[in-house]
Design a protein around this ligand. Structure first.
Ligand SMILES: NC(=O)C1=CN([C@@H]2O[C@H](COP(=O)(O)OP(=O)(O)OC[C@H]3O[C@@H](n4cnc5c(N)ncnc54)[C@H](O)[C@@H]3O)[C@@H](O)[C@H]2O)C=CC1
Ligand SMILES: O=C(O)[C@@H]1CCC=N1
Length: 265
């Protein structure tokens, strides 16, 4: 299966690196182009990918074309490749936030375009991603399964209506940044009490990893798990109440609200 990438930034690389690490693809199956040679040529060389001279060359060579550019340039890029798209008719997989399947088809000037909208997160790079997918009407079941299968190999997937994509961006697309921030805040507290940053970060990250696995595996709700850690009169409930006094839950929800609002604009 030949994969094309328009855009060679953080998200494209996370997907390519993850798929190569899982041996789902090899570098020679990937065709890539982005705005600046310096941003993709050395990466392509390092991973054994095929660097292309233009976005249209990517479309010419690939059966599945990933659109991995910022929302602001996405429509211009699709206009640029529209002729080649109509000629070749590959599957377009867009990870662009806030741009619907209908808008993507409009920008391509190609109503018959086979479009899948996805929202991955950077953790696909280590095989622990969370990706939402929605197939446009022209996509066959086989094509949708092929794309879903790629993302199943580098994390979990869920099929989702487009109306819920903004919520998904907050919960999974952007949230790794919020979790990294939480880990960093815990680590800084460890440093405040004399641990070195490296050790404090490792301890905090392992505590978060174990807690996430526990939530996924437990039959209890997260709040019941909170209660299990809070010994009566103990340290945890003291910390929890202090966190809530400073608005922990509210600040998380406000942060996710801002993410959803930004995606909808
Ligand atoms: N970074 C993340 O964690 C996630 C990003 N996304 C979405 O993925 C898309 C890409 O995001 P990032 O990789 O973070 O951005 P980035 O800024 O790291 O990469 C963007 C890439 O697009 C290229 N580009 C710009 N103009 C171009 C053009 N005219 N033709 C071809 N390539 C062009 C740039 O050279 C760069 O390689 C965005 O739409 C973003 O919303 C979705 C989920 C998570
Ligand atoms: O910050 C952004 O806009 C992108 C979308 C989700 C994660 N990064």
């Amino acid at each position: 299966m030949k994969l094309g990438f328009i855009g060679a930034g953080n998200m494209a690389r996370a997907i390519i690196n993850g798929l190569i690490a899982e041996q789902k693809i090899s570098g020679e199956d990937v065709y890539i182009h982005s705005a600046h040679k310096s941003s993709y040529e050395s990466y392509a060389k390092e991973k054994g990918l095929n660097p292309c001279e233009s976005n249209s060359d990517v479309v010419k060579n690939a059966e599945i074309v990933f659109l991995a550019v910022k929302p602001i340039v996405s429509k211009d890029v699709l206009e640029e490749v529209s002729t080649e798209f109509e000629r070749k008719n590959p599957v377009l997989v867009s990870m662009v936030t806030g741009v619907s399947i209908a808008e993507l088809a409009d920008a391509l000037h190609f109503p018959a375009a086979k479009i899948i909208r996805i929202m991955p997160n950077v953790n696909v790079e280590i095989g622990e991603g969370m990706t939402a997918l929605k197939a446009g009407k022209k996509v066959t079941e086989t094509e949708f399964s092929e794309v879903t299968d790629l993302f199943d190999s580098i994390g979990k997937t869920t099929e989702m209506e487009e109306k819920d994509f903004s919520t998904f961006v907050a919960l999974a697309g952007s949230s790794p940044a919020y979790v990294y921030l939480f880990i960093d805040a815990m680590s800084r507290s460890g440093v405040k009490y004399g641990l070195n940053k490296r050790q404090a970060t490792e301890i905090a990250a392992q505590a978060v990893l174990g807690s996430a696995l526990k939530v996924l595996e437990a039959s209890k709700s997260p709040m019941d798990l909170v209660d299990d850690v809070c010994s009566p009169g103990g340290t945890t409930v003291a910390g929890l109440l202090a966190m809530e006094e400073y608005g922990f839950t509210t600040s998380v929800i406000k942060g996710l609200d801002a993410t959803v609002d930004k995606d909808k604009k």
